[in-house]
Design a protein around this ligand. Structure first.
Ligand code: HEC
Ligand code: HEC
Ligand code: HEC
Ligand code: HEC
Length: 338
């Protein structure tokens, strides 16, 4: 079977009606709460190797690089943003901001807590071994420790759907004005396996820093499918925020159209994955058009619930049928450190 992952049916953006209300979906990304940020230096106390790996990434270097960029100055000017590192519009996606004497201050680029969530309420819990020494907790205590950490917001690697969705809150720019007026990209050519297994990779804890292995084959299959489901969910939300037939609407509709097609193809390849069948059917039923937020949000909501279930109920071991589509090392974004 040949599958062309990038082919795209002409997306139906027909029913564009002239719009009276130009409400720009302002901020779609859930920005981290500066009050709850402890900062990467705190994580580094124990996670030395992960921190060293992070320091080789664009997520780290952008802290110094972005404010010097001419493109950033131009976008900021069009958006009437005076200071990149202080205005919440850019801050939420480009920096980590911590509350210092009551006011949000950018302290680094995209850091640990941008991906694992704000640490204040869980970072001592997750590492505290329930007040005992490592190895001395009961199974019930270990379970309770992780439950408590998750309840306080920690995004653990095994929460694959939430983990992936978090990447997309930044890597898809669900802000019509920022794209149409500011000239910002509508998002990255993001694919979860290739974008997580290169420079971002830091599987260094379980190996005690001795090596930084790629995710297992089964895990990569899960990352691949989950990434595509999240992309579908988020791009539908993105289309829902489109009010005028300009760059933003066209990019989002194209993206949603492609994501929908890819998920339909994956559903065919994995007929035993019931949630995937339902996700494909849900997406097929929506009309990708302007000013259709209610329908888009409803479909995205359904997909989110099904996606969470999919991620929780499968481990990828039965998904060999998709192996040839999962990107290999040549496609990885940047170089993983060791
Ligand atoms: C006091 C030491 C310490 C600090 C500080 C610390 N961690 Fe950890 N971290 C640990 C330990 C220990 C584990 C493994 C616990 C286990 O497996 O039982 C861990 C595990 C993790 C995991 C893997 C969880 C999983 O599901 O297996 C993540 C992610 C993580 N830490 C992120 C962070 C972040 C982000 C910060 C800063 C906000 C941080 N840690 C601060 C000690 C620490
Ligand atoms: C919803 C999240 C989001 C918001 C809000 C956002 N950006 Fe971005 N921006 C991104 C992502 C993700 C990229 C990387 C795009 C890629 O893959 O090339 C990016 C890329 C850029 C780039 C291209 C150069 C580079 O660093 O890769 C500039 C310049 C930029 N953003 C400036 C801004 C400015 C200025 C603001 C505020 C007015 C802003 N951004 C707001 C997510 C965002
Ligand atoms: C760009 C998002 C991102 C950033 C930034 C990030 N992480 Fe992670 N982290 C992940 C992902 C994704 C995984 C899981 C990879 C997988 O399961 O295949 C992970 C896994 C981990 C693990 C488990 C590693 C293992 O061996 O199993 C630890 C511990 C961890 N991160 C800590 C940190 C710390 C500390 C920082 C900051 C220095 C950090 N992370 C920064 C996304 C991120
Ligand atoms: C808080 C927002 C945010 C989150 C969350 C986030 N990113 Fe990013 N990411 C960015 C921005 C902004 C850039 C562009 C940085 C720059 O200016 O170079 C970027 C850049 C990257 C790059 C480098 C791209 C290149 O062009 O070389 C990779 C790879 C990447 N991100 C992967 C991930 C993965 C995987 C996740 C989730 C596990 C993730 N990101 C989560 C904002 C984010």
């Amino acid at each position: 079977m040949t599958i062309n992952w990038t082919s795209l049916k002409p997306v139906r953006l027909l029913s564009f009606i002239a719009v009276a209300s130009l409400t720009f979906g302002m901020s779609a990304a859930k920005a981290a709460d500066p009050e709850k940020i402890v900062g990467p230096n705190n994580c580094a106390e124990c996670h030395i190797k992960e921190t060293a790996a992070w320091k080789t990434t664009h997520h780290f270097s952008t802290f110094r690089a972005l404010p010097k960029s001419k493109e950033a100055t131009e976008i900021a000017a069009k958006m009437e943003v005076k200071r990149l590192k202080a205005d919440s519009l850019c801050l939420g996606c480009h920096f980590t901001s911590q509350s210092v004497s009551g006011s949000p201050t950018s302290i680094s680029g995209i850091s640990c807590e941008s991906c694992h969530s704000e640490g204040k309420e869980w970072y001592k819990v997750h590492s505290g071994f329930s007040g005992k020494k490592e190895g001395q907790e009961s199974a019930a205590e270990i379970k309770a420790r992780w439950e408590k950490s998750e309840a306080a917001g920690m995004i653990r690697p095994k929460k694959t759907y939430t983990l992936a969705k978090n990447c997309f809150t930044c890597h898809l720019v669900l802000n019509e004005k920022l794209v149409n007026v500011g000239g910002h990209k509508a998002g990255s050519k993001f694919e979860l396996v290739s974008w997580s297994q290169g420079e971002v990779r830091h599987n260094l804890w379980k190996t005690k820093g001795k090596s930084n292995p790629e995710a297992s084959t089964e895990r990569k299959r899960m990352l691949f499918v989950v990434g595509r489901i999240v992309e579908l969910e988020m791009s539908l939300i993105g289309v829902g925020k489109a009010t005028v037939k300009k760059d933003y609407a066209l990019k989002m509709a194209k993206r949603a159209g492609t994501a929908r097609k890819v998920v339909a193809q994956l559903a065919k390849l994995l007929p035993e994955a019931q949630e995937l069948q339902e996700i494909a059917a849900t997406a097929k039923a929506v009309e990708l058009k302007l000013n259709n937020e209610a329908q888009m949000t409803e479909a995205a909501g359904k997909i989110s619930i099904l996606g969470l279930k999919f991620a929780a109920e499968h481990d990828g071991s039965a998904f060999g049928a998709i192996d040839k589509f999962v990107p290999g090392p040549k496609k990885y974004k940047g170089q993983a450190s060791n």
